[in-house]
Design a binder for this molecule. Structure first.
Ligand SMILES: [Zn+2]
Ligand SMILES: [Zn+2]
Length: 72
């Protein structure tokens, strides 16, 4: 599992503000628009997210909540 943060559009490491054809930007936008499996909200930007081994993406703090509930 790796924790990462998507930089907001228009910021130094974020995707372009406007729609563009950059593969990197499209990938970041795609991730940001996908839903957190735990809270069903958009993954979004500037928030710690975690990529699970099966490719699922969740907010890091959401996953911590789940693990706590599971008694871990
Ligand atoms: Zn771009
Ligand atoms: Zn979440």
């Amino acid at each position: 599992m790796s924790i990462t943060t998507l930089s907001a559009p228009g910021s130094e490491y974020g995707p372009c503000l406007d729609p563009c054809g950059h593969i990197d930007c499209q990938e970041i936008r795609h991730i940001a628009q996908s839903k957190c499996r735990t809270c069903s909200l958009d993954i979004g930007y500037d928030r710690e997210i975690m990529m699970l081994a099966d490719g699922t993406i969740v907010h890091a703090d959401c996953l911590e909540g789940v693990l706590e509930k599971a008694g871990k």
